[in-house]
Ligand binder design. Structure first.
Ligand SMILES: [Zn+2]
Length: 679
């Protein structure tokens, strides 16, 4: 049986042959490709030639090319067009892939070869790209413990095992504590203020729990947030707030205080084993942010500049609440009153905006923006194989007619697609044995489908989403390098959102909007006052929000910067870490705790990384400020952004790349200026 996943792809540009791929092809293809990778590794291990950059580092980069190709097709389908069969295959294949990964990174003979090359790096005359690949490969091994002696390797294995169990338990506790609470309402008057859809949802939840005729609210965000934002009943808001803030903090079965201390302790131990002073040092080894101190300085700078604005905003909301009959504003009143004020000052009617954003117009708009900036041209193609009829396919060329990339766009929701929006690729960019592979990039969204009478009209939020994902796509499409693991979006984690977020800025500029935002029936261009309103509402309470994000970032850094990894008391520790961001007019509530449910850092992958949300915003605001200064379609600025950022992927240190574009390191001021917090 011939397996389409294993042959050469013979379609236009070597695109994936979706229409001939069947579910039953995946397992045999994965097995064959894993076997091939293992053969390649064995050959590398047994190579008796002295280690060189080519025969070791480059050979390693390409040892699982076939597997990479199959994986990207398979896992993209599992996100965008999945079914039971595909999900079953994913369950079966994932452990095989991680075990192969371990076979490589824990392989002593491979590491010996890489290390031998690494030790000669200064005499090898490597170009920038080769030097970076060597550095990256060496780090991948050593940060995984490959350089440790047998005893320490065993210790590391034990610590990792403990950490993965603790994180799992942490998450289970948060989930259990969240699910253990319910607020059941049986008097209709207690629903006052809540939107119809929220009330319906609560009725449904109650019905499913066997309480027909009542309304049930929970601590899950889709229920909790609307209740805190709209419910007029203050006592119930306080109940819900208190329940939320005391999850995993009540000394019961789901209490996470001990687990927080243990996770912090073991992470510290891990960092020490790998030769670092603390866990943040270890994490930041592979980040754009140069050091924990730089991160804390960054957060502190933001805190100091945003604090006055935050104080004023809080005062503003409190005064507004009092004018409207409130006696005081506590934390459980904050969401309620700020939403009311926002509505009064900046009400935007989504329905009135949508006609200006017909999907086809917005897509043409983002094409035109990238044509003006980067000289890219998009040509619709009907001969490129696709995995669903809704997918649109394009060839991307530059102004000289050079083939740049294949672009797929998949916009509408359907049963087999997960929620949200993302950019991905079916093939990365690389040059190997004199042959260049150009990228095959895709964006996947969940926008409203057109009907027989109405085209797909986007909300403004969906417009910025499309620009965001397209920004990632540009990063992928414009890649120019030799090694796939260093091109496109293969960059440090706190740098990857710059190309995406920066492109969102064009959605707020009249000059860009005039290219595409015209009413789909009348052709009228979007009025300036609408743009002004969108801008104003997007920065509402920006000072307060900034302080809030900074407080989480500081808390995260405090835990992971401890020299000895010891936390005596979780509550006191948290209070001290977050103290710099406190706001007098909105006092902290005693007895609630954030750390014990801070899943981002104790369950997910954001440990010593929470700062990256604000970091990315600072980068995009600071970068866009140069465009604003020179003109949002200025050719020189765009070329520089393309040459130094979009094309360079992870070939060089991101801070170096950024400085080459901007002339200096990023500063927080541009973000604050954009939000109107600084003149
Ligand atoms: Zn993104």
């Amino acid at each position: 049986m011939s397996n389409p996943l294993l042959g050469n792809f013979t379609g236009p540009f070597g695109t994936a042959p979706f229409s001939t791929i069947k579910e039953e092809h995946f397992i045999p293809a994965f097995d064959a490709a894993i076997a091939e990778a293992k053969e390649n590794i064995k050959a590398l291990e047994n190579n008796t030639d002295a280690p060189t950059f080519e025969n070791s580092v480059v050979a390693l980069e390409h040892c699982s090319d076939t597997l990479g190709q199959i994986s990207s097709i398979f896992f993209n389908l599992n996100s965008a067009e999945t079914n039971d069969e595909i999900q079953k295959i994913a369950q079966e294949v994932s452990p095989k892939l991680s075990s192969l990964q371990n076979d490589i990174l824990l392989n002593e003979k491979l590491f010996e070869r890489v290390k031998a090359v690494y030790e000669q790096k200064d005499t090898l005359n490597l170009d920038v790209e080769d030097a970076r690949l060597l550095e990256k490969t060496y780090k991948d091994f050593s940060l995984n413990g490959a350089a440790l002696n047998a005893e320490d390797k065993e210790k590391l294995r034990e610590v990792d095992l403990k950490l993965s169990k603790l994180s799992l338990t942490f998450g289970e506790h948060v989930l259990a504590a969240t699910n253990a609470y319910e607020l059941v309402i049986d008097k209709e008057e207690d629903l006052a203020g809540l939107p119809e859809a929220v009330i319906e949802g609560a009725a449904m939840t109650a019905k499913e729990a066997g309480k027909e005729g009542k309304w049930q609210f929970t601590l899950q965000y889709p229920s909790y947030i609307p209740f805190m934002t709209y419910a007029e009943n203050r006592t119930l808001r306080k109940d819900l707030f208190t329940a939320f803030g005391t999850r995993c903090f009540d000394g019961g079965d789901n209490d996470n205080q001990k687990i927080v201390k243990e996770i912090v302790q073991y992470r510290n131990e891990k960092a020490k084993l790998l030769g670092f002073d603390n866990y943040a040092d270890y994490v930041l080894e592979k980040r754009m942010a140069p050091s924990p101190k730089a991160v804390v300085d960054f957060l502190t700078d933001l805190e100091q500049k945003a604090h006055p604005a935050a104080n004023k905003e809080v005062e503003d909301v409190v005064n507004y609440a009092k004018e409207n009959g409130a006696e005081e504003v506590q934390r459980w009143d904050w969401g309620f009153w700020s939403e009311k004020l926002k509505k009064e000052r900046y009400a935007i009617d989504d329905e009135a905006l949508k006609p200006y954003f017909k999907l086809e117009n917005v897509l043409n708009g983002v094409f035109e923006v990238s044509s003006k900036l980067y000289d890219l041209h998009f040509e619709a193609r009907t001969d490129i194989d696709k995995y669903h009829e809704d997918v649109m396919t394009y060839e991307v060329k530059d102004g000289k007619g050079r083939h740049i990339a294949v672009f797929y766009a998949d916009f509408f929701p359907r049963a087999g697609k997960r929620g949200g929006a993302w950019m991905t690729s079916f093939r990365g960019q690389s040059i190997y044995n004199g042959e260049e592979k150009r990228p095959h990039v895709s964006i996947v969204c969940n926008f409203t489908k057109p009907t027989e009478t109405k085209p797909s009209l986007l909300t403004f939020n969906e417009v910025t989403t499309l620009f965001h994902e397209f920004g990632h796509a540009l990063h992928g499409m414009l890649a120019e390098g030799k090694y796939e693991s260093l091109t496109g979006t293969s960059v440090y984690w706190d740098f990857v959102e710059l190309p995406s977020q920066v492109l969102e800025n064009w959605c707020y500029e009249k000059e860009a909007l005039d290219l595409f935002a015209s009413h789909y029936e009348t052709g009228e261009k979007i009025p300036q006052e609408m743009i002004d309103k969108i801008k104003a509402s997007s920065t509402f309470l920006e000072g307060y929000q900034t302080l809030r994000q900074v407080s989480f970032g500081l808390l995260d850094m405090s835990y992971h910067q401890l020299h000895d990894g010891k936390v005596a008391d979780v509550s006191q520790f948290e209070e001290m870490a977050m103290e710099p961001t406190s706001i007098e007019a909105l006092p902290k509530v005693d007895g609630v705790n954030m750390s014990v449910a801070f899943s981002h850092i104790f369950q997910g992958g954001y440990a010593a990384g929470y700062y990256s949300y604000k970091w990315a915003e600072v980068l995009d605001a600071d970068a866009f400020e140069l465009f604003k200064e020179k003109g949002i379609f200025d050719k020189n600025t765009a070329s520089s952004f393309k040459d130094n950022i979009l094309s360079r992927g992870g070939i060089e240190d991101p801070m170096e790349l950024y400085k080459r574009f901007r002339g200096e390191e990023p500063k927080v001021d541009a973000l604050l200026r954009r939000a109107g917090l600084l003149n």
